[in-house]
Design a protein around this ligand. Structure first.
Ligand SMILES: *[C@@H]1O[C@H](CO)[C@@H](O)[C@H](O)[C@H]1NC(C)=O
Ligand SMILES: *[C@@H]1O[C@H](CO)[C@@H](O)[C@H](O)[C@H]1NC(C)=O
Ligand SMILES: *[C@@H]1O[C@H](CO)[C@@H](O)[C@H](O)[C@H]1NC(C)=O
Ligand SMILES: *[C@@H]1O[C@H](CO)[C@@H](O)[C@H](O)[C@H]1NC(C)=O
Ligand SMILES: *[C@@H]1O[C@H](CO)[C@@H](O)[C@H](O)[C@H]1NC(C)=O
Ligand SMILES: *[C@@H]1O[C@H](CO)[C@@H](O)[C@H](O)[C@H]1NC(C)=O
Ligand SMILES: *[C@@H]1O[C@H](CO)[C@@H](O)[C@H](O)[C@H]1NC(C)=O
Ligand SMILES: *[C@@H]1O[C@H](CO)[C@@H](O)[C@H](O)[C@H]1NC(C)=O
Ligand SMILES: *[C@@H]1O[C@H](CO)[C@@H](O)[C@H](O)[C@H]1NC(C)=O
Ligand SMILES: *[C@@H]1O[C@H](CO)[C@@H](O)[C@H](O)[C@H]1NC(C)=O
Length: 697
């Protein structure tokens, strides 16, 4: 049965990198630890749910989080007069091309409700589970012979240690299909005092709740109750203000659960045999049916086998270069970590399901980085978990956002929660580069699935998106061209919003988006709305200063003032992340080259973070400088820790998954090239095998 199924999965492969070779490569980067990291867990998970473990395979000593797509909490609303409901938030009016437009920005007169809307809802850590040793003074240093192995090929985390002379072995797994962890423990100590605790935290108000999520001492602010206890399972109901979630614990053999201990939310699980196998299943509604621990282990093996053997693959194992090996390590661990942390039905947060950044919310402009790699690496089912459904779910609020501001179409939000509300903020309300993302997603999908289903799936979303883009552009009567902004924030969020007009990247992206929207109509044999074409063809020219592309038109002291050469060097994105323009004037190769050289010379990359390095790498690739592309991807500031987690750095906490995702986009371009130059493009002398890539646009 298993063999037959394998054949079916593998049939479409060209066979350039065999399954056994893929396995060899993946497992050569399996993560080993012998002590807990103070910044990153090792995780098992499925994209919608992840379990972060310390060196014991649980959260015994380091309270890493168990996070989900659906577990969110609201603190109670303010009680301030006239600020008691979300409808009381009105935002601020700013002059916008001669009229007052209301933006969702914190209003000093509405400080309490503004702050509430920024901080709520926040993602909740569902629980912690860890060992109890019969005495409370055991620390990690009391454990001997600690070893841990994360097998990325099967999703199995194996941990073992010796305590008081006896061995303890732990397997930790996540169910690919549900929010369930399976834990299998073997130890003689289980009958003489070794047990498990299960504890529940209360949410925190921290914007960045890292490396741990929630507080454990606010015990009187929330409640838990043990219910439906039977000989083999029990449910713990956890209520935090208006939000209630359920944890089903189910075990095999003779074991029991008790608690909570007085004044705490700590429950204790004890076994009467040397083997304790249990599942912890988390849900927003009570549930009793969960898979068995062995069934989950088997499902995990199958899911990961299918993941690794179906998508695209890069094999650098024959390259005989430490740089190639490090790039391969980053690629493999990023593939694993993005499937665990970012393949969700909502866009992921920058810290995935590891810890909370921006209260656990997600950013729609970052979602291109987060989600596009699934398409570029042939993992479309992971992309389809959220797309295009996400845009359909948020369409109503986005139509309303645009309508209230006097624009047509749908204006996509920025820092968002599952209801589609965009948190108040000056940048949040004025950023625009998230707008053409649906076109990028749709066009990428169409290149792999050029058929009527794809056209139909994205058509409504693209139309509403393009309608806003056309409506937002402002026809400047004195110049006769369509301007973007002011007010607005471009990708580089350090610019003055009331003076920012016609940023290079956004102009190029507007053209790209309107080109795709028009092509979408043409493919269906339907007319293109004249407003889309008029704006596309009338867009302001890309701003050039001294033979280089500027951040935006009229920016003072371009390249000579640090204020103009920090934040993201987005200009590099117009020839790298974006393909050359399909309409309008062609890009000037000399200006592109001069811009790349200037960025390399003056941009303070030591202070850069996130996807800057991969953006510059993609630009270098299209400019024909492969060695420079590899250098950017291996830049000393662009770090990935021992388990492959992308290190945040000075400006954002660890992990910062846009690093991993953008690295995979750049690697896909190295492997599959782009239209007209299909590669592969790896540094000279690197032996490489690539399999399954569609060229980039
Ligand atoms: C623990 O792991 C580190 C890093 O892999 C290694 O250098 C060290 O020798 C290991 N220690 C033991 C006791 O195995
Ligand atoms: C939080 O409150 C907002 C506003 O009432 C509501 O839309 C949202 O559904 C709530 N979220 C949760 C997780 O309770
Ligand atoms: C609350 O709103 C009412 C009606 O708009 C207004 O008359 C009153 O001054 C407001 N009170 C405060 C404290 O802002
Ligand atoms: C932008 O202009 C508006 C008025 O339209 C003003 O209220 C706001 O403070 C200005 N913002 C900045 C950052 O200068
Ligand atoms: C914990 O405390 C008890 C009593 O003080 C002591 O006997 C034991 O050795 C301690 N255990 C550890 C691991 O430190
Ligand atoms: C360690 O094991 C011995 C028996 O081997 C037992 O007597 C002792 O109580 C144990 N100590 C702890 C702290 O569990
Ligand atoms: C919880 O612990 C934190 C950090 O030690 C402390 O600041 C806070 O006051 C404590 N809260 C409660 C309710 O005890
Ligand atoms: C790998 O590279 C090293 C250093 O460049 C060289 O000495 C060695 O011969 C190479 N090995 C193979 C198998 O090419
Ligand atoms: C388009 O391609 C997708 C993916 O292969 C397939 O599911 C769908 O049925 C196709 N639609 C048409 C109309 O062929
Ligand atoms: C039209 O463009 C010119 C030149 O860029 C600029 O100075 C002017 O402010 C723009 N007009 C409006 C109404 O935005």
């Amino acid at each position: 049965m298993r063999v037959l199924w394998l054949l079916v999965v593998l049939a479409p492969l060209s066979g350039a990198v065999s399954v056994s070779q893929r396995r060899k490569v993946v497992q050569s980067f399996n993560v080993r630890r012998n002590t807990s990291s103070s910044t990153t867990p090792l995780q098992v998970g499925n994209g919608n749910f992840a379990f972060g473990a310390d060196v014991t395979g649980l959260q015994t000593f380091q309270p890493y989080a168990i996070l989900s797509t659906w577990g969110w909490h609201n603190f109670s609303l303010p009680t301030t007069v006239n600020q008691t409901s979300v409808e009381d938030f009105t935002g601020l009016e700013w002059w916008t091309h001669g009229r007052l437009v209301t933006y969702a920005q914190p209003n000093p007169a509405e400080n309490d409700i503004s702050t509430w809307l920024i901080q709520n809802p926040q993602r909740t850590n569902l629980a912690n589970v860890g060992f109890t040793f019969g005495t409370s003074n055991v620390t990690e240093s009391n454990l001997e012979q600690k070893t841990q192995l994360l097998d990325m090929w099967s999703g199995k985390l194996s941990s073992s240690f010796v305590y008081n002379g006896s061995a303890v072995a732990v397997e930790t797994w996540a169910d690919p299909e549900s929010d369930t962890a399976a834990i299998i423990i073997e130890s003689e100590l289980l009958t003489t005092g070794l047990g498990l605790f299960l504890d529940f935290p209360y949410p925190d108000r921290n914007k960045f709740d890292a490396p741990f999520v929630g507080v454990w001492n606010a015990t009187s602010s929330h409640s838990t109750v043990l219910r439906d206890a039977s000989s083999h399972s029990a449910t713990i109901q956890h209520t935090m203000d208006q939000n209630t979630y359920f944890t089903n614990v189910a075990w095999e053999g003779r074991a029991a659960i008790a608690g909570p201990a007085d004044g705490t939310h700590r429950y204790f699980i004890t076994a009467e045999t040397n083997r304790l196998q249990l599942t912890l299943s988390f849900s927003p509604e009570p549930q009793t049916k969960t898979g068995t621990p062995q069934g989950i282990a088997s499902a995990s093996r199958d899911w990961w086998l299918s993941f690794w053997s179906s998508g695209a693959f890069i094999d650098l194992s024959a390259a005989n270069s430490t740089d190639a090996t490090e790039l391969q390590r980053r690629i493999i661990t990023s593939q694993y970590l993005l499937a665990v942390n970012s393949a969700s039905s909502n866009p992921p947060q920058e810290s995935g399901l590891v810890n909370n950044g921006w209260y656990g919310k997600f950013h729609l402009e970052m979602n291109l980085w987060h989600t596009l790699p699934f398409a570029r690496w042939g993992q479309f089912p992971l992309l389809w978990r959220s797309l295009p459904d996400l845009y359909e779910r948020f369409l109503a609020t986005s139509l309303e956002r645009a309508g209230t501001q006097g624009y047509a179409g749908a204006r996509w939000g920025k820092m968002t929660d599952p209801t589609g509300r965009s948190a108040p903020g000056e940048i949040n309300s004025l950023l625009i580069w998230q707008q053409p993302h649906p076109m990028y997603f749709a066009e990428t999908e169409y290149r792999s699935f050029p058929n009527a289903t794809t056209l139909q799936r994205w058509d409504g979303v693209l139309a509403a998106t393009a309608d806003f883009m056309a409506s937002f552009a402002f026809l400047n009567a004195s110049t006769g061209v369509y301007d973007l902004g002011p007010p607005m924030y471009p990708v580089a969020e350090n610019t003055p919003p009331n003076a920012t007009v016609n940023p290079t990247f956004e102009l190029a992206y507007w053209r790209f988006g309107l080109d795709v929207a028009a092509r979408w109509r043409a493919r269906q044999g339907r007319p293109v709305p004249p407003a889309w074409t008029a704006v596309r063809d009338g867009l302001a020219p890309l701003p050039v200063v001294d033979g280089t592309y500027a951040v935006y038109e009229g920016i003072p002291h371009m390249w000579t003032d640090r204020a103009t050469t920090s934040d993201h060097p987005a200009m590099a994105g117009i020839f790298g992340l974006l393909p050359p323009p399909a309409s309008g004037p062609p890009l000037d190769p000399a200006v592109l080259r001069a811009t790349a050289a200037k960025i390399k010379a003056v941009w303070p990359l030591d202070e850069s973070y996130g996807w800057d390095f991969a953006l510059l790498a993609m630009n270098s690739l299209r400019l024909g400088n492969v060695a420079q592309a590899a250098d950017y991807l291996l830049h000393p500031v662009f770090q990935f820790d021992d388990a492959g987690y992308p290190v945040g750095g000075a400006r954002v906490p660890t992990p910062y998954f846009p690093n991993s995702a953008s690295l995979l986009l750049a690697a896909a371009m190295m492997a599959g090239g782009w239209d007209g130059d299909e590669g592969p493009h790896f540094p000279a002398g690197w032996a490489v095998d690539v399999d399954g890539f569609v060229p980039a646009m």
